[in-house]
Design a binder for this molecule. Structure first.
Ligand SMILES: Nc1ncnc2c1ncn2[C@@H]1O[C@H](COP(=O)(O)OP(=O)(O)OP(=O)(O)O)[C@@H](O)[C@H]1O
Length: 858
C-alpha cells in the first residue's frame, strides 16, 4: 500500500491533519519539536545518533507489557521501538506541559505472539482503522500529527475506549505544534468520542468553522460525485470480479476434479506399486527358494553324478569281470553236474549204507539191553543201606550182585552204566538207533525196572539234564533238517502206556472204550490202530506232547512190550543199588537177561565181522566225500548267487539313479521356465508402472497448467482489483469482510495460520482476492455460493452496509463547530480484504456504537 498521502488520509482520519505512516520511525523524522518520546512497554534508550531520548515506559496507568524478539519489518531506524508495547486497559497522562498546540504521534505494531493480546482491530479515530490489517505481522504503523491543544492545566490524556480488540501501543511521541491561524476547535476540549461533548466557540472560531464546513461540504459533494462514479466502476468491476470468481470457481472445481483424478491415479499407482512390491517381494522370495532348490538339486545331481560315475566304474568292473564270471559259471555248472552225479551216487551210497547199517544193527541184535544203576538216595544212605552192586566189569557189560560181602551173581548186558555215568554217556550208545529211525526202521526205546530206579530220569531227564527221549528226538530233527533237500519227514508222536497188560493212549483227550492192540501190518510194521498221533515239527512240541503223556500216566510198574487467507528195541533195565531192593533188582536183572537172550539168535551172531568192518569203513568214506562235495557245491552256489544278486542290485540302483537324474532335470527345467515367466511378469508390471507414472506426470503437468491459468486469472483480477482497490475496499460487506478478513478467532487460536507460506492453496491466495479462502474445501465454497445466491434476492437487511463512521463528539452548543461527517466518508475504511458477492449499496450506516480513540485535552 505504501505511505499514504496526507490528502488521501485526510478523508479517512477524522483528526484533522493526522496521517498514517506504514513504516517505522526514521531519523529524518527526528525534529527539534519533540517534547518527549515514550517507548511504551520498553526501556529508556538514550538518543544514540539522534538527539531524541526515548523514555522508558512511563506516564501510564494500568495495562500490561508485551515484548518480542522477532525482527520488525520496515521498522525504520528504531525498530526496537516496535518490539515492545503496552496493552490492555491503560491510559497515558502527560502532565506539566506548557499550554499550546501539540502533535501527538502514536506508534503501533502488530507483535506476533501466540499468547499475546489480540491487538487493536478497529478504532474510530482512524475511521474504523483496522490497525493490524494495515500493519501486518511485526510491522509498524505510525499515526502522526494528531493535533492536540494543551490548556493551562498542562496535561494530555490518551486513552483507548471501546475499541474492538485490545488497545496496544508501542510508542507515544509528543511534539510541539505550530499555532494555527484559525483554531479548529476550542483548545480546552477536543473530544473524539461518540458521546456529545461541549466545546465553547468564539465568533472568530464560528466563522472559521463555517468556512471549514463549507469547504468540507464542497469536498463532500465532490467526493459524493466521485463516490457515485467509483460506485459504478466498482459495480462493473464487481460484476467482472463475480464472473471471474465464478470462472475461478469453475476452474477450481476442474482443478479439484483433476486433483481428485490425480489422487485417484496416485492411489491406483500406489496400489499398483504395492502390488508390484508384493510381486517383487514374492518374486525375490521365490527366487531365493528357487535358487536354494536349484543349488540343492545341483548338489544332489552332483552327488548322483558321482554315484553314477562310481556305479559306471563298478559296472565296467562288473563287465570286465564277466569273462571271469563266465568261467566261474562254467565251473559252477561243471560242479553242479558233478554234484548231480554225486547226488545220484550219494543216494545209491545211502541205500547201500542203510542196508549195511541195518545189517550192523542186526548183528548187534534187534533188542539190546542196557543196564543202568542209579546212585543211593540220601534217604537210603541215612537209613544205612549200602550198595550191593559190583561195577568192576561194567565196561565189559557185566554187573555183579553182591550178597554177604561176595559176588553172588553176574549178569551180562550190552552196556552197564554205573551211578557215575551221565545222560550223555547213555545217549551216546542209544543214538545209532536214531539213524535207523530215519532210515525207515521201527525203533523202540523203553525203560524197565522197579519203581524209583530212574526210568523217567533215563528217558526224559530234567530240563537241565535231558534224557534219551529228548536227545533222540533232538537228533532226529537235526538229521531231518540236514536231509530236507533229499527227504521229507513227517514226524508224529504217540504216547502209550502198558499197564496191567492193557494199552492206554496217554494223548487221548477222553477215555476210549475200544481196546487198543498192537497189530502187525502187511509190510511188517507194527502199529496200534486208533492211537492218537500228534504231529510234531520241533523238539519243543515233542517235549510238550511227552509232558502231556507223562501227566496222563498211571502210577505203577510197567511191562515190556513183548509183541515188537521187526522193530529195533532198546531196553534200559533200571536197578537200585540198595541192598534193601535186592529182591526186586535180581528180578529185574533176570527178566532183562531173559529178554536179551531170547531176542539174540545164535545164527545172527555168526556174521563175518571183518566184512562188516570193511563195509562200515567204505560207508564212512563215501559219507565223508559226499559231505565235502555237498559243502563245496553249496559254497559255490552261494557265491554265484551272491554275485548275481550284487550285479542285479547295482543294475537296479543305476537304473533308479538315472531315473532320478531325469526327474530332477525335468523339475529343474520346470522351475527355470516358471522363473522366466515370473521375470516376464515383473517386467510387464514395471512397464505398466512406468506408463502409470507417465500418465501421472502428464496429469501433474495439466494440473500445473491449470494452476498457472488460475494464477494468471487471479493476477488479472488482482490487477483489476488494485486499480480500484481504494474504492472497492469500501464495498466489502461486513459478512464477507468478516469471512475473508483476518479472522479474530482464528488469530486467537493461532495467528500464524493465515500467514503460513506453506499453505497448499497459497498460489490461489493473495491480498484482495476471494481465493484467499483457497484453504476452504470445495463444498464449503459451493455452500457459500449458494448462500450468496439466496441472499441476492433478499431485502436490504442483507445488503452489506458500509463500514461504520467515525464521529467526533461535540457539545450540543458547539454543533456548528463540529465537522459533519457524511456516511459515505465512512468508506474510507482502510482494509486489505476485498470480498463481496454482490453489488454493495453503501447508503445505510451501521448505527451501532463504534470503537473509537479518544484524545482529550483538558
Ligand atoms: N542215574 C541216576 N543218577 C542220579 N539220580 C538218579 C538216577 N536215576 C534215578 N535217579 C533219581 O532217583 C529217583 C527216582 O527216579 P525215577 O523217578 O526216574 O524212577 P522211576 O523208575 O521213573 O519211578 P516210577 O516208576 O515210580 O516212576 C529220582 O529222584 C531220580 O532223580
Amino acid at each position: 500500500m505504501g505511505v499514504a498521502t496526507e490528502d488521501s488520509f485526510d478523508s479517512m482520519i477524522l483528526v484533522s491533519g493526522s496521517r498514517l505512516v506504514q513504516s517505522g520511525f526514521r531519523k529524518m523524522d527526528c525534529r527539534d519539536d519533540v517534547v518527549m518520546f515514550v517507548n511504551s512497554g520498553g526501556s529508556p534508550i538514550e538518543g544514540r545518533d539522534s538527539h531524541i531520548n526515548f523514555l522508558g515506559d512511563s506516564y501510564f496507568q494500568g495495562g500490561d507489557v508485551i515484548k518480542t524478539n522477532e525482527a520488525i519489518v520496515e521498522g525504520g531506524d528504531y525498530p526496537f521501538l516496535y518490539q515492545s508495547a503496552r496493552y490492555g486497559n491503560f491510559c497515558y497522562k502527560f502532565e506539566a506541559l506548557a499550554p499550546g498546540d501539540y502533535f501527538v504521534d502514536l506508534h503501533f505494531a502488530e507483535i506476533v505472539n501466540t499468547y499475546g493480546p489480540k491487538g487493536i482491530r478497529l478504532f474510530d479515530i482512524l475511521s474504523e482503522l483496522d490497525v493490524y490489517a494495515v500493519v501486518g505481522a511485526n510491522k509498524p504503523l505510525q499515526l502522526v500529527d494528531i493535533r492536540v491543544p494543551v490548556l493551562d492545566n498542562g496535561f494530555i490524556v490518551i486513552r483507548f475506549e471501546g475499541i474492538s480488540g485490545t488497545p496496544t501501543v508501542s510508542g507515544i511521541c509528543i511534539r510541539k505544534a505550530p499555532k494555527l491561524s484559525a483554531p479548529l476547535v476550542k483548545p480546552e476540549h477536543l473530544i473524539c468520542n461518540k458521546c456529545a461533548a461541549e466545546i465553547e466557540v468564539s465568533p472568530t472560531q464560528t466563522r472559521a468553522r463555517s468556512k471549514y464546513i463549507a469547504k468540507y461540504e464542497k469536498k463532500i459533494h465532490e467526493l459524493t460525485s466521485q463516490y457515485k462514479l467509483k460506485s459504478d466502476e466498482c459495480y462493473e468491476a464487481w460484476m467482472s470480479l463475480t464472473a471471474t470468481n465464478e470462472q475461478l470457481v469453475r476452474l477450481r472445481m476442474e482443478l479439484d476434479n483433476y486433483i481428485f483424478q490425480t489422487e485417484t491415479l496416485e492411489q491406483a499407482v500406489e496400489k499398483q506399486t504395492g502390488k508390484l512390491r508384493d510381486v517383487s517381494e514374492r518374486y525375490e522370495h521365490d527366487k531365493k527358494s528357487w535358487f536354494a532348490a536349484i543349488s540343492n538339486l545341483e548338489d544332489k545331481i552332483k552327488a548322483m553324478k558321482q554315484g553314477q560315475s562310481q556305479l559306471s566304474i563298478e559296472a565296467h568292473e562288473c563287465a570286465n569281470s564277466t569273462p571271469d564270471l563266465n568261467k566261474m559259471i562254467i565251473a559252477v555248472q561243471t560242479l553242479v553236474t558233478q554234484c548231480e552225479d554225486l547226488k545220484i551216487k550219494y543216494s545209491e551210497e545211502i541205500a547201500k549204507r542203510k542196508k549195511l547199517y541195518n545189517q550192523v544193527q542186526e548183528t548187534k541184535g534187534n533188542i539190546r539191553v542196557f543196564c543202568r544203576c542209579r546212585p543211593l538216595t540220601k534217604e537210603e544212605v541215612l537209613s544205612g543201606y549200602t550198595s550191593m552192586v559190583d561195577f568192576d566189569a561194567a565196561k565189559e557189560g557185566d554187573i555183579g550182585i553182591m550178597a554177604g560181602g561176595s559176588i553172588k551173581k553176574i549178569f551180562k548186558f550190552d552196556r552197564v552204566y554205573t551211578p557215575k555215568d551221565g545222560q550223555a554217556d547213555v545217549y551216546a550208545d542209544a543214538s545209532p538207533l536214531v539213524t535207523s529211525v530215519l532210515d525207515g526202521y521201527n525203533v523202540c526205546i523203553f525203560a524197565y525196572g522197579q519203581t524209583g530206579t530212574g526210568k523217567t530220569f533215563t528217558m526224559e531227564g530234567t530240563e537241565q539234564n535231558r534224557g534219551v527221549n529228548y536227545r533222540t528226538l533232538d537228533e532226529l530233527f537235526k538229521i531231518a533238517a540236514e536231509r530236507k533237500e533229499t527227504f521229507a519227514y513227517n514226524i508224529s508222536v504217540s504216547v502209550l502206556e502198558v499197564y496191567n497188560e492193557q494199552i492206554r493212549d496217554l494223548l487221548a483227550t477222553f477215555p476210549s472204550t475200544k481196546k487198543l492192540e498192537v497189530r502187525q501190518a502187511a509190510e511188517g510194521f507194527h502199529h496200534v490202530p486208533g492211537i492218537v498221533e500228534a504231529k510234531v515239527e520241533n523238539i519243543k512240541q515233542v517235549w510238550d506232547v511227552l509232558q502231556a503223556g507223562s501227566n496222563a500216566r498211571a502210577v505203577g510198574s510197567n511191562n515190556v512190550n513183548e509183541h515188537s487467507g521187526d522193530s529195533k528195541a532198546l531196553m534200559f533195565v533200571q536197578i537200585s543199588p540198595s541192598d534193601n531192593d535186592l529182591g526186586e533188582t535180581l528180578s529185574s536183572l533176570n527178566f532183562a537177561s531173559r529178554v536179551r537172550n531170547i531176542e539174540l539168535g545164535p545164527a545172527r551172531k555168526q556174521v563175518d565181522t571183518g566184512e562188516l568192518q570193511k563195509m562200515k569203513q567204505m560207508l564212512d568214506k563215501v559219507k565223508q566225500e559226499s559231505r565235502i562235495k555237498d559243502e563245496s557245491l553249496q559254497k559255490l552256489e552261494e557265491h554265484c548267487q551272491n554275485l548275481e544278486n550284487k550285479l542285479r542290485g547295482k543294475d537296479q540302483l543305476c537304473r533308479n539313479l538315472q531315473e532320478k537324474v531325469k526327474e530332477l532335470e525335468c523339475k529343474l527345467k520346470e522351475q527355470l521356465n516358471s522363473e522366466s515367466v515370473a521375470v516376464q511378469k515383473v517386467k510387464e508390471l514395471e512397464y505398466k508402472l512406468k506408463e502409470r507414472l507417465q500418465s501421472e506426470l502428464m496429469l501433474e503437468q495439466k494440473v500445473n497448467k491449470l494452476k498457472n491459468k488460475l494464477r494468471e486469472k487471479r493476477d488479472q483480477s488482482k490487477s483489476m482489483l488494485l486499480l480500484h482497490s481504494d474504492d472497492a475496499l469500501k464495498f466489502a460487506t461486513p459478512t464477507e469482510g468478516k469471512a475473508f478478513s483476518r479472522d479474530e478467532s482464528t488469530s486467537e487460536t493461532d495467528p500464524r495460520i493465515l500467514r503460513s507460506s506453506n499453505s497448499v492453496n497459497k498460489p490461489l491466495t493473495g491480498p484482495g482476492s476471494i481465493l484467499l479462502q483457497g484453504a476452504e474445501p470445495l463444498h464449503e465454497i459451493k455452500r457459500k455460493r449458494e448462500l450468496r445466491s439466496t441472499m441476492v434476492g433478499k431485502s436490504e437487511n442483507n445488503i452489506i452496509v458500509p463500514t461504520t463512521l467515525v464521529e467526533k463528539r461535540i457539545q450540543p452548543s458547539e454543533l456548528g463547530k463540529v465537522r459533519k461527517i457524511d456516511p459515505t466518508k465512512a468508506f474510507g475504511r482502510l482494509t486489505r480484504k476485498v470480498v463481496a458477492t454482490q453489488k454493495v449499496f453503501p447508503h445505510s450506516r451501521n448505527n451501532q456504537e463504534k470503537d473509537k480513540i479518544k484524545v482529550w485535552t483538558r
